[in-house]
Design a protein around this ligand. Structure first.
Ligand SMILES: [Zn+2]
Length: 159
């Protein structure tokens, strides 16, 4: 395992067309899947499936929520989309087309924001160098990757 610094790609202006990404990943390409993938790639809001549905329905009134769910399923399976499970109760999962390593902060209202890279770097740097060996020893398993999810705490009180 390597605890390296998060590599957040700069949001590339020239993004590969969805149909090319699908072809490379062996995903059947349909117009609706393209619309869904492009909408997710075009936002940093980490939407739920229902929120994404609301976004794509403006472009395609024939879109169904089931299509959005099925497409997200296929994209997640192929590693093109990252599913962020809700850390609270049985909240809805959120989705992120940015699959590069980065740290999420879940706010108390359920929204998910990306931690700035410099802070994510600071977290990774603060990890002891022998952490992976210690974890492997404690668990009896090699740890392949560390995913850190931050959750907003209760509001700070004055005084
Ligand atoms: Zn993210």
């Amino acid at each position: 395992m390597s605890v390296d610094t998060p590599a957040h790609p700069d949001s590339s202006e020239q993004r590969e067309p969805a149909r090319e990404v699908f072809r490379r990943s062996g995903i059947r390409c349909t117009r609706q899947r393209e619309v869904i993938f492009d909408a997710l790639r075009g936002t940093e809001s980490h939407p739920t499936a229902e929120q994404l549905f609301g976004m794509v329905r403006e472009h395609d009134s024939g879109m169904s929520l089931a299509t959005v769910y099925n497409t997200l399923e296929a994209l997640t399976e192929r590693g093109l989309v990252r599913r962020i499970a809700s850390p609270v109760g049985n909240g809805a999962s959120r989705y992120d087309a940015d699959t590069a390593r980065h740290v999420h902060l879940t706010l108390s209202d359920g929204r998910v924001v990306d931690l700035p890279d410099e802070l994510a770097d600071a977290i990774m740097r603060a990890m002891p160098g022998d952490l992976s060996e210690r974890m492997a020893k404690a668990l009896g398993e090699d740890v392949g990757a560390i995913h850190i999810e931050l959750v907003e705490g209760p509001a700070r009180r004055e005084g």
